[in-house]
Design a binder for this molecule. Structure first.
Ligand SMILES: [Zn+2]
Length: 186
């Protein structure tokens, strides 16, 4: 059935550091944590129709304070720590083959990476969910938009949250203005 899949779903930074507030994720919010079960339901529903990939914010500790993030955010998602792990509720979807690590907001090689994993001529849409909408999600949406000009790029904003509600709404507006489809679930 593999060749019937026409969709790619990318979960952005759904890691303890951003989405596990109750156990002490360093930049996690209650809002993000509350969305994780809905992401899980969506992944389950889509499993037969979509390829699922993840990004993992991943900061080698010795470099953290030399990058711009280190000037602004507290330490988070340090390489190899619990904070950097994708949340437990989504581990069933994680394989060794479907996670990209990134040291900054946007992953830089979507086209090369996805083309190496999937027959992109069969793909009609790429759906993006995850955290935070106004930082890493929008960064990756804009990169995907640029790298795949002929594929529908979709932002499921109900399966995402921002650093503030205002910032989340701003991310939605920017996505719309860059011809990214902005959708919510049924
Ligand atoms: Zn980071």
């Amino acid at each position: 059935m593999e060749n019937t899949k026409d969709t790619i779903i990318i979960g952005i930074d759904i890691q303890n550091g951003f989405a596990n507030k109750s156990q002490g994720g360093s930049l996690a919010s209650e809002k993000a944590e509350s969305i994780v079960p809905h992401i899980r339901d969506f992944f389950k529903k889509m499993l037969g129709r979509a390829y699922i990939f993840f990004t993992q914010d991943w900061h080698p500790k010795n470099r953290y304070y030399s990058i711009k993030e280190g000037e602004i955010f507290p330490e988070h998602c340090i390489a190899g720590t619990w904070d950097a792990e994708i949340v437990e509720q989504l581990q069933e979807f994680v394989t060794k083959e479907n996670v990209v690590k990134k040291e900054t907001f946007g992953y830089l090689e979507w086209k090369e990476y996805l083309t190496s994993k999937v027959d992109m001529t069969k793909i009609k849409r790429i759906i993006v969910v995850g955290f935070a909408s106004n930082i890493c999600v929008i960064s990756n949406l804009l990169r995907l938009r640029a790298e795949f000009p002929d594929i529908e790029i979709v932002f499921r904003y109900d399966l995402s949250s921002g650093t503030t509600e205002f910032a989340h709404q701003a991310a939605i507006e920017i996505a719309k203005s860059c011809l990214i489809e902005v959708e919510e679930g049924d």
